[in-house]
Design a protein around this ligand. Structure first.
Ligand SMILES: *Cc1c(COP(=O)(O)O)cnc(C)c1O
Length: 387
């Protein structure tokens, strides 16, 4: 135990010395199956050869230059992201919270640029998680994240998910944008009704309100589509990415239409490290692998296999109340305290992530194999029987 590290995390008493694919190893040789993947970050598993090669190759050439200069790898990555999405422009940063901050700033600035200074409020949804900066904790409005940190940033209206009446009654001339996490990760793998998302889009269009999607967790192939919103027939105006985009190297991105991006001219926003050569080299490699139809089709297929096997477990156990999610973004809701189950799974060397609503998340690397899925199911099965 190191007493010099801030105590902001409740850490398990384990540390890993290396990893390979879905497995993590301790210095003593203990082997763990990693269904947490750094919380949806290591989407290509640990020690991926191609990612290592991309990082090493760049490390020998150039680590960092300022965004005062053109960065070739960053331009390539921006091109890949815009060619495969609604977006025309990308702003790079280093984390999910920063990417969401950028969506908020971009939305406000877009209306400011049009002379609508009062159109600055943002509708957000209960159960969301958008990061830990002062702006993003105000957006998500989770009281336990706000407690003790003074006056929250103003201008957020936090409403219930899938409640069309509440949404409609919240619309007025001061609303700049609606910020949505299309599948809520930290909140417990909560989805939005298709009809609700369609209505959000209609209302937004009719009122010059921007749609901001936070795909920090559900994006980058996690659900079997490159971006989770592709499951809906709705495009955002701005979207935040991070987590999986770097496969373990820190990078965040804020994708925007030209209309929005035009409001963020020189000097309006910035980041020292955002999209630096190292991060961009890895991001490009991740995109090359993940943005591929057969790769994504496999994620979708493996998600279905996982889901049906979990539902079989549920049928044979009164401990599980619900299987949630899409693709390889999976939530298991329990009838008993989910942390009891998570601790038992940890004792059996299976790493999972907790979430709100008494849910355990399974966020495997997207290149998990079918036999590894069977291995997970076996461990779950044995653990549930023992409890
Ligand atoms: C993790 C997460 C964030 C915050 O990302 P950080 O890199 O920790 O700042 C924001 N939004 C969602 C949906 C997330 O899952």
């Amino acid at each position: 135990m190191n007493n010099s590290v801030a105590k902001t995390y409740n850490r398990k008493n384990v540390s890993f010395s290396h990893g390979n694919g879905i497995y993590l190893y301790t210095a003593d040789g203990d082997k763990y199956m990693d269904l947490a993947a750094g919380i949806a970050v290591n989407i290509l598993g640990h020690s991926n050869e191609k990612l290592i090669e991309a990082l090493k190759g760049q490390a020998e050439k150039l680590w960092h230059v300022s965004n005062l200069y053109n960065i070739e790898g960053q331009q390539k990555l921006a091109e890949k992201l815009t060619l495969s999405s609604f977006a025309d422009k990308v702003f790079f940063c280093n984390s999910g919270a920063e990417a969401v901050e950028c969506t908020i700033k971009a939305a406000r600035r877009y209306h400011f640029n049009k002379g609508n200074n009062d159109k600055s409020k943002i509708i957000t949804f209960k159960g969301s998680f958008h990061g830990r900066t002062l702006g993003t904790i105000a957006a998500a409005n989770n009281s336990s994240h706000l407690e003790g940190f003074g006056l929250p940033l103003q201008g957020f209206i936090n409403i219930e998910r899938n409640n069309l009446d509440e949404l409609k009654s919240s619309i007025n001339d001061t609303i700049a944008a609606i910020l949505i996490e299309p599948i809520q990760g930290e909140g417990g793998i909560n989805t939005f009704d298709e009809n609700f998302i369609n209505e959000v889009s209609n209302i937004a269009k009719a009122n010059d309100i921007l749609i901001l999607f936070d795909e920090v967790q559900c994006g980058m192939g996690r659900t079997g589509k490159l971006f989770a919103h592709e499951w809906f027939d709705v495009n955002p105006d701005v979207m935040a990415l991070a987590k999986g985009l770097g496969g373990g190297f820190p990078i965040g991105a804020c994708l925007m239409t030209d209309e929005v991006a035009n409001a963020l001219g020189p000097g309006t926003h910035g980041s020292t490290f955002g999209g630096n050569p190292l991060a961009s080299a890895v991001g490009n490699c991740v995109m090359d692998i993940v943005n591929n139809n057969s790769f994504l089709a496999e994620v979708e297929e493996k998600g279905k296999i996982f889901n049906s096997k979990l539902n079989k477990l549920k049928a044979g156990s009164n401990l599980i109340s619900e299987i949630r999610g899409l693709g390889l973004m999976i939530g298991i809701k329990f009838n008993i305290d989910s942390s009891i189950v998570a601790n038992k799974l940890f004792e059996k060397n299976l790493l999972t992530v907790g979430a709100g609503d008494n849910v355990i998340r399974l966020l495997p690397p997207l290149n998990i194999t079918k036999s590894e899925i069977d291995e997970v199911i076996d461990i779950l099965d044995i653990t549930l029987r023992e409890i």
